[in-house]
Design a protein around this ligand. Sequence first.
Ligand code: SF4
Length: 177
Amino acid sequence: MIRIGMTEGMYILNLNGKEAEKILEVSKKISGDSSLEESICCIGVPICQMGIQNSQKMLNTIIDYFRENVDKETMHKLPRLYISGCPNSCGVHQIGSIGLTGKMKNIDGTPTDVFEIYICGNFEVGKSRLGTSIGDFKATDIPEFLHELAKITEGDFFEFATNNTEKVLEVASKYKL
Ligand code: SF4
């Protein structure tokens, strides 16, 4: 029996020990053990006909960058990302510790793939709040920017970014459009 979770996860039920081991083995390459690899992302362009950006591609680019260039300890410092390909917010980017929403921007006469980044959204009972925009970033700069952010993060990202917003903004200022 398979159940699909609200956070894009999948539960496979009623396995015995040996079957569970087999599933773990075959799912190794498509699964992940960090919050970053468990990010939430809308379907985005080209499947979505209303969207602006290919949000799935953005997420895969970020994960590939971290797997290839970043040590596990640093990777684990980042929270789950919430990515929407446009402001319609199917990836609920406003409720995440880090959220991205897709845009196009004219940069020096060239239409450029851009994501606006939000931080410190929360949906815990009694603590819910929408994330705060920290600006627009070129899609190509985002993996490196997130890496720099992970490097300065101490402890839980939400707590860190809430109490040290100026440090996050300082790193962001190097990449922000
Ligand atoms: S957020 Fe935008 S791009 Fe993503 S699925 Fe919704 S409408 Fe499409």
